[in-house]
Design a protein around this ligand. Structure first.
Ligand SMILES: [Zn+2]
Length: 981
């Protein structure tokens, strides 16, 4: 989509705009933008980045420094989004989602700030969202019932029966119980506590489940009044829009209603340690063989110092940035653990920065060895000196990061916000977050003078620095049970002297909350877009396609900032049971050696001339036939245009001549296994959804083998041994290597599609060394994954909460019912599942999804305290649809669905999406026909498709949970097949 460029006038330094004064104007040449910094009379700060980008962004950020672990900042973030003065509906934030064409809406609580960002390509939508965000943050109702619902409350097991057992409930309470079950979050919380024990970072800003019940309603309100004030706010606006217009809105809606206020949220320095320390932490887990992590961490200087910040970032990348890096390699080669510990590297998200390195996948009791190895290796590096080529490679990575403009991950406008917030919130210069040239220049000058810049930092900042902690994180198989026990003890202690009156109050409050949740509210007080705002077309970026032998090559001209993006997609022939080998091959191939270079040499080569290369396997389905499924392996990479030729030759070597060794493969499989195991408690809903969908769809069954719990099981059998596997690990690895060789032959017989995205002048890159590799003539195959039986499947893992899923087979993309199913999924999510499962059930999330290409309709819940209750909600969809639904619900669901058809793109993605979409049959005509049908969907269509496709005999069940669900679901007539993950 091209916006008509309109020049918006920017102020000069010293100009006043209302009660704002422009303090600084800075050009940002790397991103073709301009930064304007302003200050309001009452102390509020505002940063505006003017840039030719039609995806407009906004954010308001408050430093929030909790003094305890009750989760006050986090619970406040939830409560702020639950009704405000102008918008007194229970959940304006969720209600706005479907009334908007936003490309991003969220709120986040970090350890010392809370932010509320959004972005959208629609100008009216921007004003609407701005109004809702400002009212929510500055004028929230903070109702007592919201505090009970999302914070914490007592509830009787049967809410209106005070003779049943008492329980603790609350959305954040359950969210944090789930979060504290993962080693990664436990480490993150512990790092702050270990390095900064006297500061706010020692607290769990998300809330520790055992301390959340200590938060009072009055405490929550006081925290809001103290922190969410204009004088303590950092506003941000971005894009091709009028700054004056934004400021006027903020003035009218917020500034005019507050007197100035001073609040001291400054964070002091952490007094330095006299000697290194040690901290032992446990998390609930049963993998005592490989579930431990050890991390050596140091406190550094102020992270708002731009020179320090840049230098530690570069050093961190030099030491740990790739598999061949001088600190990474000895750690991995030691065989102590399988991968770098979570949080390894430099962090500037504390006022004083931190550097850390360590290993995960350890058995217990290895922390001392890891610590000794980290220190010894750093000592050797400091003595021997760093290879200047490694430093040059890292600086080249910073050059790429500065030039790249991508909406992948976060919208670019919000990436810019996070970059400037770093130094800004800690009293540094926000410009340094966006423009590194001065700091880079000073660093290069010091290096050119022969100064041992980085060696000195290692010696003084790390080895001689006594402010060091070794974190030893181990799984404790009994912890989950102990936590449950202490939760019961906590409930008993807190309720020990409850009178009958107290019990009556709990019943009353539960019922009050229930009736509030059941109450109809009128979302029409909220602003909205209409169906007329949905753009009718889809993006049609131009590209040229040419046949080169068996290969089809697309060349896409885009304003990439001087980067080249290259994808080599190989559509694969029939793989048979090599399907299970494919995801392992994809993971290993860019992390091993190639063409005579070992993995270390290849990793260094990639770091020196590219911005990264990767490979991934994916499944595609024809738009008109759910049986026409195919597999592709895609190799991707990016590089500065001056290194385009090097990128091509690197990818060629990886595709044509990969070299796997048993030893490296062992390391990689252990890493991958550790990563997958750790992901289960955080993404149980996705795994459960895949497992349910696999029972009803060929495409989903294939996808489950590529990235579901089947992959985890296969990998575990290879790494840890198992039934039907050779007894020795070496034999198992050799068997896999033989399978890799077979697969490699088949890949080169596949059908290649290449797509190059670059500036027009860089498009003539010679790709023949890659296209010439594919000389075979094998037909593209249809995968034949082992199909799981249509039986409810339960997978047990270390989790105090459940993830429930239910899937139904439906129709292909071009079928006339497909758009109605997509709209239905959006309607159910917002109008039915969130109120029933999140608000009433206390789960952190719930969703209905429709995979338009695989043709699978599914339900899932996230961090859910219930199983039976949730399945009842899923099964009762027809009854809900028979109820009172109107035009508003329909319009919102259609708007919301249309967003999925118009994803936010950027120069790096827009052309390749079009090229590969066209080749898969998803042409602009096919997509626009879908959109036209979507806009015409009626409520009757929704009821009809639900009655046709969401029927009991088509349903497939799967869940991931901590315990056997069968006793609980008996009365639903379900029986789950239970296995351990
Ligand atoms: Zn939360």
């Amino acid at each position: 989509m091209t916006a008509t460029p309109t020049a918006h006038r920017l102020p000069s330094v010293g100009d006043t705009l209302g009660r704002y004064t422009a303090l600084r104007i800075e050009a940002l040449p790397e991103m073709s933008g301009t930064l304007v910094l302003l200050r309001h009379e009452n102390g509020a700060r505002h940063a505006h980045v003017a840039r030719e980008d039609d995806n407009l962004a906004f954010g308001v950020t408050f430093p929030t420094v909790p003094r305890d672990s009750t989760g006050v900042a986090h619970i406040l973030e939830h409560n702020v989004l639950m009704g405000s003065r102008k918008y007194p509906v229970p959940d304006p934030f969720f209600s706005m989602l479907p009334r908007s064409l936003n490309t991003f809406m969220n709120a986040m609580t970090a350890s010392d700030w809370t932010t509320y960002p959004f972005s959208t390509r629609n100008v009216q939508d921007y004003d609407n969202l701005l109004s809702v965000y400002l009212d929510a943050t500055f004028f929230p109702l903070l109702r007592y019932e919201s505090f009970l619902q999302d914070g914490h409350r007592f509830e009787f097991e049967t809410p209106d029966d005070p003779t049943t057992p008492l329980k603790l409930q609350g959305v954040v309470y359950n969210e944090m119980k789930g979060a504290m079950a993962s080693a990664g979050s436990v480490m993150w919380r512990s790092l702050g506590q270990a390095l900064y024990p006297d500061l706010t970072y020692a607290n769990n800003s998300g809330g520790s489940p055992e301390h959340i019940p200590e938060l009072t309603y009055e405490g929550l309100r006081a925290f809001h009044a103290a922190h969410y004030h204009p004088s303590n706010a950092y506003f941000y606006s971005y894009g091709n829009q009028s700054l004056e217009h934004v400021l006027e809105r903020v003035e009218d809606q917020v500034m005019s209603q507050f007197p100035a206020q001073t609040l001291d949220v400054s964070i002091p320095d952490q007094p330095s340690f006299g000697a290194p320390r040690r901290m032992d932490v446990v998390y609930p887990g049963s993998d005592t063989e490989r579930g431990a992590q050890a991390l050596v961490a140091w406190k550094l200087g102020r992270s708002s110092d731009p020179d320090l910040n840049l230098r530690w970032s570069v050093l961190s990348d030099v030491l740990l940035g790739n598999a061949g890096a001088p600190l990474t390699r000895p750690l991995i080669d030691s065989g102590l653990g399988s991968a770098l510990a979570d949080l390894s590297g430099y962090r500037d998200s504390f006022r004083e920065g931190a550097f850390a390195a360590g290993l995960k996948g350890l058995s217990a009791g290895k922390a001392d060895e890891v610590e000794a190895l980290v220190l010894a290796t750093l000592g050797q590096i400091a003595d021997a000196g760093l290879d200047p080529a490694l430093i040059e490679s890292s600086l080249h990575q910073f050059e790429i990061a500065q030039k790249e403009v991508s909406n992948s991950g976060y919208p670019y406008g919000l990436q810019v916000m996070f970059r400037l917030l770093g130094p800004w919130l800690y009293g540094g210069d926000p410009v340094t977050g966006l423009r590194l040239d001065a700091e880079l220049g000073r660093l290069r000058a010091d290096l050119a003078d022969g100064k041992r810049v980085f060696e000195t930092m290692i010696a003084e900042g790390l080895l001689d620095n006594p402010h060091r902690v070794t974190l030893n994180v181990t799984p404790d198989p009994e912890l989950a049970a102990r936590t449950e026990q202490s939760e019961r003890a906590l409930v008993e202690r807190l309720s020990a002297d409850f009178t009958d009156e107290d019990r009556a109050r709990i019943v009353r409050e539960s019922l009050q909350l229930q009736s509030l949740q059941g109450q109809e509210s009128d979302p029409n007080v909220l602003p909205t877009l209409t169906l007329a705002d949905v753009p009718a077309g889809v993006a049609r970026p131009e590209y040229a396609a040419e046949q080169a032998g068996r290969a089809l090559v697309g060349r896409v001209p885009q304003p990439t900032g001087g980067l080249d993006y290259l994808d080599v997609q190989v559509r694969l022939p029939d793989l048979g049971d090599l399907l299970d080998v494919l995801p392992l091959y994809a993971y290993a191939v860019t992390r091993s050696g190639a063409a005579g270079q070992d993995y270390v040499a290849l990793a260094r080569r990639a770091e020196a001339v590219t911005g990264g290369v990767s490979a991934s396997a994916a499944v595609g389905t024809a738009p008109d036939d759910l049986g026409r499924v195919r597999l592709a392996l895609t190799f991707s990479g990016k590089a500065l245009a001056r290194n385009g030729g090097d990128l091509v030759s690197l990818l060629r070597d990886v595709i044509a001549q990969p070299e796997f060794t048993r030893e490296r493969l062992r390391q990689l499989l252990e890493q991958r296994l550790a990563g997958l195991k750790a992901s289960v408690v955080g993404s149980g809903n996705a795994y459960a959804d895949r497992l349910a969908s696999a029972q009803v769809s060929l495409s989903a069954a294939t996808d489950e083998r590529l990235g579901g719990l089947s992959l985890l099981a296969n990998l575990k059998a290879i790494v840890e041994g198992g039934e039907g596997q050779p007894a020795s690990l070496d034999d198992r690895l050799d068997a896999l290597l033989a399978r890799f060789a077979e697969l490699h032959t088949l890949i080169l017989r596949g059908q290649p599609l290449l797509c190059l995205t670059a500036l027009p002048d860089d498009l003539e890159l010679d790709l023949t060394s890659i296209t010439g590799l594919f000389t075979g003539d094998a037909a593209v195959g249809v995968p034949t994954p082992p199909r799981p039986a249509r039986t409810p499947q339960a997978r047990l893992t270390d989790s105090p909460v459940a993830f429930n899923a239910l899937a139904y087979p439906t129709v292909p993309y071009t079928h006339t019912d497909s758009p109605a199913l997509l709209v239905l999924s959006r309607l159910l999510r917002g109008e039915y599942l969130l109120p029933e499962i999140r608000e009433k059930g206390g789960a952190y999330g719930a969703a209905a999804g429709f995979d338009t290409r695989a043709g699978v309709f599914s339900f899932s819940s996230y961090r859910d305290p219930h199983v039976r209750r949730t399945y009842e909600v899923f099964q009762n969809v027809q009854a809900f649809l028979a109820g009172d639904l109107g035009e508003r619900e329909l319009t919102e669901a259609i708007l919301s669905a249309s967003k999925l058809l118009d994803p936010l793109t950027s120069p790096d993605t827009v052309g390749r999406l079009r090229f590969f979409g066209d080749q898969g049959g998803y042409t602009p005509e096919v997509q626009e026909a879908y959109k036209a049908r979507l806009l015409a969907v009626t409520l009757d269509d929704l009821r009809r498709v639900a009655a046709t496709y969401l029927t009991p005999e088509r349903a497939a069940y799967a869940l991931v949970a901590g315990k056997d669900p069968n006793a609980d679901v008996q009365e639903l007539g379900l029986e789950f097949e239970v296995t351990k993950v």
